[in-house]
Design a protein around this ligand. Structure first.
Ligand SMILES: C[S@@+](CC[C@H](N)C(=O)[O-])C[C@H]1O[C@@H](n2cnc3c(N)ncnc32)[C@H](O)[C@@H]1O
Length: 203
């Protein structure tokens, strides 16, 4: 990373706030803002979190769900211990191995979160397609684990495949919103899809 990038990062309001408030990432404020607007995280809830390193969202989710709740995070990277109510799987959430482990650790949950970002190539259409593939995997996991009425929140890089993915979300959830929390940089192509009220099919 260049010097300019580092200088900008240090000047960044949420970067400094995260340092002061002991959050591992400035991204923590995106989840705080989303959850205070849509109220999908509550005490006692079980949460699956995809793409959780370094653990800013995990800290937020763990604090909100409290001792009676649990968070299972997944990331390709190693994540330092967060709290008693958190377990982290190191691996790829699109793999069968991780999916199996998730089934064992948390067969049912109220919320699935994904802040997963693909490796950025710099080619818009490629990065968008990779981001949609991660969203599709998050939706599959949500369909397998969410209780009726549950929530899926997923980050996506905007592009031409978004409408089709939104259509899928709308057919499975009662309300779907597109949100850009204040902590998300304006120039970034990311937005968050907040899908509330999962319609669980009877088995
Ligand atoms: C923007 S970071 C998440 C930041 C996190 N929300 C926080 O507040 O600390 C995106 C993460 O997604 C992870 N990721 C991307 N694809 C993944 C995959 N297929 N399986 C697991 N993790 C993945 C990356 O390793 C990266 O750590």
């Amino acid at each position: 990373m260049g010097k300019r990038w580092l200088r900008e990062k240090k000047r960044d309001y949420y970067y400094r706030k995260a340092k002061m408030e002991n959050y591992r990432s400035r991204a923590a404020y995106k989840l705080l803002q989303l959850s205070s607007k849509f109220r999908f995280l509550r005490r006692g809830f079980r949460v699956i979190e995809l793409g959780c390193a370094p653990g800013g969202w995990t800290q937020v989710a763990s604090r909100i769900v409290g001792e009676e709740g649990r968070v299972v995070g997944v990331d390709l990277q190693r994540v330092e211990w967060v709290a008693e109510n958190v377990e982290v799987i190191q691996g790829d959430f699109t793999s069968q191995e991780v999916r199996l482990r998730l089934r064992e650790l948390m067969p049912e949950c109220e919320v699935v979160l994904s802040d997963a970002s693909p490796g950025i190539s710099g080619v818009w259409s490629v990065d968008h397609a990779r981001s949609i593939a991660l969203c599709e995997a998050a939706l599959e996991i949500a369909e397998e684990h969410l209780v009726d009425g549950g929530t899926l929140v997923t980050k996506v890089f905007q592009g031409d495949m978004l409408q089709e993915f939104l259509g899928k979300l709308r057919s499975r959830f009662r309300h779907v919103r597109i949100a850009k929390p204040g902590a998300s940089r304006k120039r970034s192509a990311e937005v968050y899809l907040v899908a509330l009220g999962y319609r669980k099919m009877a088995e």
